[in-house]
Design a protein around this ligand. Structure first.
Ligand code: C2E
Ligand code: CA
Ligand code: CA
Length: 296
């Protein structure tokens, strides 16, 4: 990073230098990079999003979208994944891919995940209060969440208070965060399981998947990554892997959800290999709460 303005804060300069570094970290051919205008302006817009977060949360600009998960055999809605959306007053709808990684890196993700957990608790407790059935909804957790004792205590307290309302929340954890977990977080996961929360291993099969993760911890549900599903009809090897991985998970006592199912052909193959649940555009896209409740 070339210092153009010496009055700029040093950590902002270092952050920009890091952006340059990140821009080549996956490119083995490049030995160095310099922060350019584009990176610099990207950095500024990232800072802007971060500075807007608290205010946006307070003003209700964030909301969960629900993507139904169906029983593979009957097509009946059995749960949903809650995915965050940001209705930005100027930028319009911002998808999580544009802000989750930034908030994650900057240590703000727990605010988002805490908001989502609370929304799901309220959603289901309200349903139960009105004599309706609770629909178990999954929220996505980030690795950082496990180190936030306030967040963890809030979850424990909310769930502990609801002895009679079981199965309202599920937690999705990715493998990369799971393998980096320390004993403390693992013990947290074991505690939440006791509170009746299902644990789901998200994105299985994306990037590095290691069987030791599933050997060392009991997940209730495994989510097959979209990358796997996309191989159906295209790669005989891919199909063989899906078939045997599902068998393996069943032997380990877990249920399997296939994510990113978009075609009839994919659904039919998944049914033939005994996949339990399906999530994907073939059935439903993520939708606002009002739309979701109409389906129930
Ligand atoms: P994910 O957990 O793997 O969520 C699945 C993503 O795939 C969602 O994208 C969903 O809209 C999309 N999807 C579902 N079905 C299909 C399909 O059939 N085809 C295709 N092409 N895509 C499909 P979305 O909502 O943009 O979320 C992206 C990622 O952002 C999520 O990936 C998750 O890692 C993260 N995320 C979303 N909400 C939260 C949150 O509240 N907290 C945290 N920590 N992360 C979140
Ligand atoms: Ca997920
Ligand atoms: Ca996923």
């Amino acid at each position: 990073y070339n210092i153009v303005d010496p009055t700029r804060k040093i950590h902002h300069m270092i952050d920009r230098a890091k952006l340059a570094e990140n821009s080549i970290s996956s490119d083995r051919g490049a030995d160095y990079a310099v922060c350019d205008e584009k990176m610099s302006s990207e950095y500024v817009s990232q800072r802007l999003l971060i500075s807007e977060l608290d205010n946006a949360l307070q003003k209700g600009e964030f909301q969960p979208y629900y993507q139904p998960v169906v029983d593979a055999k009957t097509g009946e809605i059995v749960s949903a994944e809650a995915l965050i959306r940001w209705k930005h007053p100027e930028k319009g709808m911002i998808s999580p891919g544009q802000f989750i990684p930034i908030f994650e890196k900057e240590g703000h993700i727990t605010k988002i995940d805490s908001f989502m957990a609370n929304r799901i608790f309220d959603f289901n407790l309200n349903r139960v209060k009105n004599g309706k059935k609770a629909i178990p909804c999954a929220i996505n957790l980030s690795r950082v969440d496990f180190y936030d004792t306030k967040f963890m205590n809030m979850m424990k307290q909310k769930l502990g208070d609801q002895e009679n309302v079981k199965n309202i929340l599920k937690l999705e954890v990715t493998e990369s965060s799971y393998t980096l977990l320390e004993t403390e977080a693992v013990s947290f996961l074991e505690q939440v399981k006791k509170l009746g929360i299902s644990l789901m291993l998200d994105d299985f099969g994306s990037g590095v998947s290691s069987l030791s993760t599933i050997e060392n911890f009991e997940f209730d549900i495994i989510k097959l990554d979209m990358g796997f599903v996309a191989q159906i009809g295209k790669s005989a090897k891919g199909e063989a892997i899906i078939k045997h991985v599902i068998g393996l998970f069943h032997d380990l006592g877990a249920k399997v959800v296939a994510e990113g199912v978009e075609t009839k052909e994919q659904l039919e193959f998944l049914l033939s290999v005994d996949c339990d649940m399906i999530q994907g555009y073939y059935f439903y896209k993520p939708m606002p709460e009002e739309e979701f409740v109409k389906l129930l």
